[in-house]
Ligand binder design. Sequence first.
Ligand code: SIN
Ligand code: FE2
Length: 224
Amino acid sequence: MDLFDDLPALPETVALAPGAVLLRAYACEQAATLLQATEAVLAQVPLRHMQTPGGHTMSVATASCGALGWVSDAQGYRYAAHDPQSGRPWPAMPACLVELAQRAAAEAGYADFQPEACLINQYVPGAKLSLHQDRDEKDLGAPIVSLSLGLPAIFLFGGSKRSQRPQRYRLAHGDVVVWGGPARLAFHGVAPLEEGDHALLGRRRINLTFRRVRNPAPGRPKPD
Ligand code: SIN
Ligand code: FE2
């Protein structure tokens, strides 16, 4: 049993690396609303286990909302305007999620964050995400904003080289991680989820990552 789960979470900012912060308990107050909005999206677009380009089935189940969604298949990883499963556009990103992502980005020092894609990852006990970089986005000037809901997970956060040993951080319901600038291409992943029973989500953890994909947001200089 996890004794921490019975204590009220206190907001706290933890520096992970230059450009990267963990905003502990940042979204706790609105977490139920954010979860409701997420479930409304998932009622329109089912979670599915995608294939990696290497032919593995991901243990994490994914779906997307926003103008673009992240997809993976034998052809590779990419963003697409339509859900390959239905051929339809992804559902719109709920306003409360956009607002949370923008506010957290600003809190971390990244003003004017305008996410185009929100990847919804669902973990059940045993599911994990191997160390990787988020590098399918053209706009590497914008940060990644990650919101955790449900069961706690161990987040692995390393450097820009895979060989650099990652630090381990416990991410709980309502925690937000933001990484950008010098940490934008940091390797990260999630250790196999432990068994548990969360008050709102039961045996699940849902992580939402917000990404700017295509063009630099207005007002930000274009990279050469
Ligand atoms: C991701 O890297 O896309 C997800 C990270 C997480 O689940 O915390
Ligand atoms: Fe990632």
